[in-house]
Design a protein around this ligand. Structure first.
Ligand code: SF4
Ligand code: SF4
Length: 288
């Protein structure tokens, strides 16, 4: 079972849910795909953080000025504006290159070669029952999707897989959700939380991904904001994590709250098995 955890923006509680759920299960894999700001490792305290990180590489063009005749064919071809002509010299902006290789093909002078550039790294660690993988985008890089793709090659389908996805609704989030069995949308009971959740749900519905909602910083005076929306749209609220001083203090201390509040483990286990049941029921219904 592969579960992706999403939110409309950072700081909503995605990490809280991902790490506490992972710490409550056995035979589990946690993938931190929030590659621009991975922070799950802080809370699971891995025993070993492999120093031998794996590079995520991609190919970008390099122009040989001695062969280039400044015909500009490569510049005109590149629809991503990665190339520009300046004083009869081709400039390359590697951060926005999509590594399609097209400019090399259209160059009539064979002046373009492709060189490897590191986009980010994949780290591996083990913490208790958790087989932990983290993707990390190098500073200044913009293309996080290839890092997430590489991270997802580490998925072990014999384990319970939890993916902490990037926040938002753009390509990196879609890539993190792709091929997972179920998504959990984490939100908080505020007008902003509702707005952000609505955007995530729209994205999930577009890609026909099954999902449910977890309310973080739940508060009986304001939960109705989320509850009314979910009831009107026939969306399952899977769990509420209360607005609690103890949980907030543990979070700011870098401690996953199930480590100190052990009774919560059974709630996260129930959450997992509720999702398994829902996915199995959906599969049965679809096959009938
Ligand atoms: S590889 Fe593709 S995206 Fe990159 S510069 Fe060449 S044409 Fe543009
Ligand atoms: S297509 Fe080749 S020769 Fe023409 S500008 Fe680009 S690198 Fe130079």
């Amino acid at each position: 079972m592969k579960i992706s955890i999403l939110s409309g923006k950072g700081g909503t509680g995605k990490t809280t849910l991902a790490v506490n759920m992972a710490l409550s299960l056995k035979n589990v894999q946690l993938l931190d795909a929030d590659v621009e700001e991975p922070d799950d490792y802080i809370f699971i305290s891995p025993d070993i953080f492999d120093t031998e990180a794996e590079s995520v590489l991609r190919l970008i063009p390099e122009v040989d000025d001695d062969l280039c005749t400044a015909c500009k064919k490569c510049v005109d071809f590149c629809e991503y504006n990665t190339l520009a002509m300046m004083l009869d010299q081709v400039l390359v902006f590697p951060e926005i290159c999509h590594s399609c290789g097209g400019c090399k093909i259209v160059c009539p002078e064979n002046a373009i070669t492709e060189i490897e550039r590191e986009l980010g790294k994949i780290y591996h660690a083990v913490s208790g029952e958790i087989d932990f993988w983290q993707g990390e985008l190098n500073t200044g890089e913009e293309k996080s999707v290839p890092v997430i793709e590489k991270l997802k090659t580490k998925i072990d389908t014999d384990k319970k897989v939890i993916i902490d996805s990037p926040p938002g609704t753009t390509c990196p989030s879609v890539e993190a959700v792709a091929d997972t069995d179920y998504s959990i949308v984490v939100t908080e009971p505020t007008p902003f939380g509702l707005h952000d959740m609505d955007m995530v749900i729209e994205m999930l519905q577009e890609i026909q991904q099954p999902f449910g909602v977890v309310i973080n910083r739940s508060d009986e005076n304001s939960d109705h904001l989320i509850e009314n929306y979910c009831s009107e749209n026939d969306i399952n609220i899977l769990l509420k994590i209360p607005f609690s001083r103890e949980i907030a203090e543990l979070y700011s201390d870098g401690t996953a709250f199930v480590k100190k509040m052990g009774s919560w483990k059974s709630k996260f286990q129930l959450l997992y098995y509720d999702i398994v049941r829902e996915v199995n029921n959906n599969e049965k219904n679809n096959s009938n």
